[in-house]
Design a protein around this ligand. Structure first.
Ligand SMILES: Nc1ncnc2c1[nH]c(=O)n2[C@H]1C[C@H](O)[C@@H](COP(=O)(O)OP(=O)(O)OP(=O)(O)O)O1
Length: 163
């Protein structure tokens, strides 16, 4: 089975993370980081940078790859590569996909208005701890999860074998 490959980028500063409210497409009405499908011919990093620009108008040079989430079950069969960055350039702007866009303190993340799995792995992402997760959904409900912190070198090895 060929899985769809997605990116998810979190812009951070000190103890805050930038989230947008999805107003179009998959996950509409939920707060999330920025990202989307990796397009044919682009690398995962290129896709991540393009999606961040499209959805927030922010440019980024360096992204840290902090996690790989595999989603199983209906409606998702996908792999999501999670990145963080502390360095962006440009003027933040809402987009057709994300509106509004807001800084949230780490201890005030709106988990009740996010994908149900977010609260399981955000703690790793917020601490820049590498992680690997497998989340199985049945309909809109989580049926099984496996989430583990991962050695940075190991995740890079797995990542390189996927690009
Ligand atoms: N459970 C699950 N499955 C798939 N994708 C996600 C989740 N949870 C998530 O947080 N995400 C993320 C991964 C991506 O960042 C987005 C979904 O991307 P999407 O908006 O469908 O992709 P685009 O390429 O931007 O889509 P269009 O431009 O065609 O609207 O959610």
């Amino acid at each position: 089975m060929k899985r769809k490959v997605y990116t998810l980028i979190f812009v951070k500063k000190h103890n805050e993370v930038l989230l947008g409210l999805k107003v179009r497409g998959f996950g509409v009405g939920l707060w999330n980081g920025f990202g989307g499908k990796v397009e044919t011919g682009e690398s995962i990093h290129e896709g991540a940078k393009r999606e961040l620009k499209e959805e927030s108008n922010l440019n980024v040079n360096s992204l840290e790859h902090v996690g790989i989430i595999t989603y199983e079950g209906d409606p998702c069969q996908s792999v999501v590569h999670v990145f963080t960055t502390y360095n962006t350039a440009g003027q933040l702007k809402v987009s057709e996909e994300m509106n509004p866009i807001t800084w949230y303190k780490f201890n005030d993340i709106p988990y009740q208005k996010m994908w149900p799995d977010a609260k399981l792995w955000y703690p790793y992402m917020l601490q820049d701890k590498y992680f690997v997760a497998v989340i199985k959904y049945i309909g809109a409900k989580i049926s099984e999860t496996f989430i583990t912190p991962c050695d940075a070198n190991k995740i890079q090895t797995v990542f390189k074998s996927m690009v």
